[in-house]
Design a protein around this ligand. Structure first.
Ligand code: TXA
Ligand code: MG
Length: 353
């Protein structure tokens, strides 16, 4: 059954959240309702993490399968001990170093925390955001808040309130409009329940920083292997994806520009609408083609690209393009998350040129 609601939009100042408006949203959380709110990464779709019925409403509103677990957001370190059955030393050190911030830790779940938060698993994912609106909302609600990204299942994450409304209008009680999210990509997820710490999803906290605290940390293979993606695109779960078919190109800047130009001309000749995502250095090369171009930032400026990537996919969708052509951007640091999101959105369609 779908959760239907009369959506109210509250405009809240991200630097100094108005207490009366935060109280209004917190009242909805306490009553078991759904509140979408900004964090420093992306917008979250929040509900009381200790209320199993409210958690079910998240899955229904997002049209998300119950097999996909949710992150619990906290405002104080002592809330971690309430949610986790035990807090290993590694978790204490990571929390001290990186909280509040874009780090999510998977730990053993305390018995009183509803199982549907973790899709029935005996673990729980916890994160302490730094965004003032997120923190004020959690504090005023007097409960941890479960929140996946505030997009419908498989769509690009929401980095502005307009994106939340695009996907979830009429399906949530409150949308807090607190402006654009500063980072633009989701948190880094680390599993601390095994013998060695494991990065499950690259994100806003970069590997280089994690290594300093946990030298033995490793990352799960999110894709079959470099280059395998084209041979088995079906094996990549579609995620963060625009409606248009996204195709990625890997190679020198010149060969990527040539490949995108050739491919665009083929699609245009067949009467298709084409979108191009590109670095600032490359965007000017496509202006004569008759395609919709979005320049994401300089190729090596991962912070700039991360901020606008999801919004750019949504903007091209809104223009009704059939295909989106883009270089496989990314690299070290925040570039790992960019590369990961692009690969998922393209379901592994990477062309080496
Ligand atoms: O930045 C973020 O993390 C945003 C903001 C709203 O905090 N949230 C977010 O949530 O991206 P979501 O639901 O879209 O992604 C949560 C990720 C998923 O990859 C999920 O599989 C993983 O965290 N996850 C959650 N609980 C888990 C658990 N108990 N064990 C393993 N993975 C878990
Ligand atoms: Mg998500």
């Amino acid at each position: 059954m779908d959760y239907l609601a009369n959506t109210i939009v509250l405009h809240i100042n991200p630097a100094t959240p108005q207490p009366d408006l935060i109280a209004q949203a917190a009242q909805v959380i306490r009553a078991g309702g759904l509140v979408a709110f900004p964090t420093e990464t992306v917008y979250g779709l929040g509900a009381n993490a200790l209320d199993a019925a409210a958690i079910d409403r998240i899955y229904a509103a997002k049209r998300r399968p119950a097999s996909d677990p949710l992150i619990v957001h906290i405002a104080h370190a002592d809330q971690l001990a309430q949610l986790a059955a035990d807090v290993p030393y590694a978790a204490q050190r990571l929390a001290a170093a990186f909280w509040p911030g874009p780090l999510t830790m998977v730990l053993r779940r305390a018995a009183h925390v509803p199982a549907n938060i973790a899709a029935g698993m005996d673990t729980v994912a916890v994160r302490m955001p730094i965004h003032p609106i997120a923190r004020a909302l959690i504090e005023a609600s007097c409960t941890p808040i479960a929140a996946p990204s505030a997009n419908t299942f498989t769509r690009p994450s929401a980095t502005a309130a307009a994106h939340v409304l695009e996907d979830l209008y009429g399906r949530v009680d409150v949308v807090i409009d607190g402006g654009a999210t500063p980072l633009g990509v989701e948190s880094t997820v680390i599993d601390l329940t095994g013998a060695t710490p494991l990065v499950l999803r690259p994100g806003g906290l970069v590997m280089e920083d994690l290594h300093r605290i946990l030298p033995d940390i490793t990352a799960v293979q999110r894709f079959l292997s470099e280059g395998d993606s084209t041979s088995a695109p079906g094996q990549l779960t579609k995620h963060y994806a625009p409606r248009a078919r996204l195709m990625l190109y890997e190679g020198s800047p010149e060969s990527i520009r040539d490949a995108i130009t050739d491919t665009a001309q083929r699609y245009l000749a067949n009467g298709r609408k084409v979108g191009v995502l590109a670095g600032d250095e490359d965007a000017p090369y496509f202006t004569q083609l008759g395609v919709r171009i979005i320049a994401l930032g300089r190729r090596d400026d991962s912070a700039a690209i991360a901020r606008v990537l999801f919004g750019a996919m949504r903007a091209l969708d809104a223009q009704g393009v059939d295909v989106i052509l883009a270089p496989l951007l990314g690299g070290a640091g925040l570039g790992e998350a960019i590369r990961d999101r692009l690969l998922r959105a393209a379901e592994g369609r990477v062309y080496k040129v």
